[in-house]
Design a protein around this ligand. Sequence first.
Ligand code: SF4
Length: 236
Amino acid sequence: MARAVKAAGYPMVLNVVLHRHNIDQIDDIIALCAELGADAVELANCQLYGWAQLNRAGLLPSREQLDAAEATTARWRKRLAARGQDMRLLFVVPDYYAERPKACMGGWGSIFMTVAPDGAVLPCHSARILPMTFPTVRKQSLKTIWYQSAAFNRYRGEDWMPSPCRDCDERHKDFGGCRCQAYLLTGDASATDPVCDLSPDHHLIEAAREEAAQDQRSVHELTLRNVRESRVFCRE
Ligand code: SF4
């Protein structure tokens, strides 16, 4: 398929989802992408929502694996430049190894809306895991939903923010992080995203990193424990 895409003269971006069981193969993965003539490759460590959150122990790489993969990617960038091959490599670090959260969706209800097949309108594609009701295009116009619905106004702007976000200089940059991640980890969708090292819940992220550093023989037990403790999927 990749060869057909190139033969037709289209630009080709390959997206590779990385996790702890394939990240050590990144050298071979990049070599394959180079051989196929990709114009860009997104090496995207899987983010831990929904099913991936339940299976976190089996998916989150260790710090050591991540560092090795980034170093391999850096070596490939140099090698590609030396060859004169124009293939951009984008390495996306998992949120769990960041110091600050991402500006999720550019801010809730700021620039993005998703209309689901059943007509529900969401501020992001994974927002349905949150314990709230979303409007539907079957009953209201998109304009009304965007400007007036409770759901789109719930986390818009800054008034909803708890401490420490409320008084933080970085709130215009990251908007307090991801509401889904906050809910999945703390049970409170209004909490500061625990990925932030200023969050009072940041220890949850540190514990997950610790877990990722453990011997993988215990992965099965950890996954079962995550399923048992999950607020989201037990609720459903
Ligand atoms: S405290 Fe809140 S606003 Fe400040 S960096 Fe952390 S998540 Fe962002």
